[in-house]
Design a binder for this molecule. Sequence first.
Ligand SMILES: Cc1cc2nc3c(=O)[nH]c(=O)nc-3n(C[C@H](O)[C@H](O)[C@H](O)COP(=O)(O)OP(=O)(O)OC[C@H]3O[C@@H](n4cnc5c(N)ncnc54)[C@H](O)[C@@H]3O)c2cc1C
Length: 526
Amino acid sequence: MNRTDMWRRIESHRKAWDMIVVGGGATGVGVAIDAAARGYEVLLLEQSDFGKGTSSRSTKLAHGGVRYLEQGSIGLVMEALKERGLLLQNAPHLVHDLAFVVPNYDWWEAPFYGLGLKLYQLLAGKYGFGVSRILSKGETLEHLPTLKTEGLRGGAVYYDGQFDDARLLIHMVATAFEQGATLLNYCEVTGLTKDAQGFVDGVTARDEETGHEFSAAAKVVINATGAFTDLLRLKAEPSSEPMIVPSQGIHLVFESSFLQGESAIMVPHTSDGRVLFAIPWHGHTLVGTTDTPVAAATLEPVAMEQEIEFILGTAGQYLTKAPTRDDVLSVFAGIRPLVRATNVTNTAALSRDHVIHIDRCGLVTICGGKWTTYRRMAEDCVDQAATLAQLPEKPCVTQHLHIHGFYDAAKESASEEFGSLAVYGSDAYEIRKLIESDARLGEPLDAALPYVKGEVIWAVRHEMGRTVEDILARRTRALFLNARAALAMAPAVAGLMASELGWDEVTRTKQLAAFRDVASNYVLHS
Ligand SMILES: Cc1cc2nc3c(=O)[nH]c(=O)nc-3n(C[C@H](O)[C@H](O)[C@H](O)COP(=O)(O)OP(=O)(O)OC[C@H]3O[C@@H](n4cnc5c(N)ncnc54)[C@H](O)[C@@H]3O)c2cc1C
């Protein structure tokens, strides 16, 4: 999978594509997989890197959403629980189950949450992840040794899924490619073309690497641009009413010592009425999130001071060692593409259900939803888009389609055999071969994180990694785990990429400067 081959496919494609998908996040790539697996000809264009938007900035939970039960959204929860189960089945190298403990400090909490979490377990049916139950104080502390004990009565445990969002996305891009889709990163859709009747019949686009502008025809164009949804709709119909309410959520990352053990904490009601998670992730502790309405979407959103203080303060109420600003290894923000509703003023109360909207000009928009439900969203979207484009009817086949990297032994032995390379699934064998062919490629990039030089070469050759940021933020997760360590790795990464991609000194310097600029948003100063 590389950009040169993708360009070759585009140039040799003389007729209209069955579908052009705009946006390379979970939603768009999910649509590309679904459509290509049905046998449609698909082109996907992403203006930046795959996953640069919200899809690399989530809480990394494959979940039904316990809190939506409280909102009475039983259908939404059941659908997401089923998708959680399918994700585990199709990508066992990337998704695993995790115990979540709700600590109880009041007498009524154990029966209240115990009952709710039992229902959550039952709604999963045959896709269940584990048995929910009420815990004694001692059992709660066995799960969470660093939980504050003052006033603690016990807890309730339930099970959900956890994954690495950007890594799953890259494997989804590979899956779409294997199914026949053509996918290009760093290619912005600048406009939509229309036929004589005013129906959308293609896109105009610009290759951000070369500046080359081109147009591509399609029987239907799908807008999967997440928080940017309304910008593309305005390009199609300047009078279109906005559909999206952008809402920002941030996470802080700390050393693993803050949350020892292998379970996560789920705080069901923070002072602002939201849910807060503290989760073990890649040997670190991930804490989040917030729900702050923002005026507009940006590709590199920045955490606000009050969001940082809120998470530090809330985490400090539960953890024996209250984290401070100095303990923050990375801070990252993402923007939820929530669907606008009338009579709702609080973004936390907006539905997480997805919406498929067809504008009068025939542009199909898919928005809302969750990472967990991307497959189902794609199925619904391709069904409707195929009808609109009058494509031959073909059934969806993704329920049992393995995600790239799948291998049978993934669940049982991968982490023992491959250590931190286990997230690559079956590609881990190839990466190990690469490292064995040149011992220098086994050298670590920084002592604080497990990444080795061979992963940079792999990402450039096989995963369309184009910039230093692509490697450090989304092919590895260095920037999200420890921003200062990522900055320290950057020169070595730029050096390896320069020899692979033939960069001159000016390009290498520019790449490093661009990465330092982005990374400065992930470093928290005291
Ligand atoms: C803080 C936070 C935590 C979350 N946690 C979870 C969780 O734990 N579990 C869960 O299931 N869900 C979670 N979600 C929700 C989930 O992350 C999102 O629903 C999902 O990632 C949205 O994916 P998307 O593809 O629609 O958007 P995006 O990932 O933003 O992708 C849209 C893409 O479109 C591209 N684009 C825009 N305009 C153009 C153009 N003109 N041309 C080409 N490309 C363009 C953008 O660059 C972007 O990459 C969370 C969301 C947030 C914000």
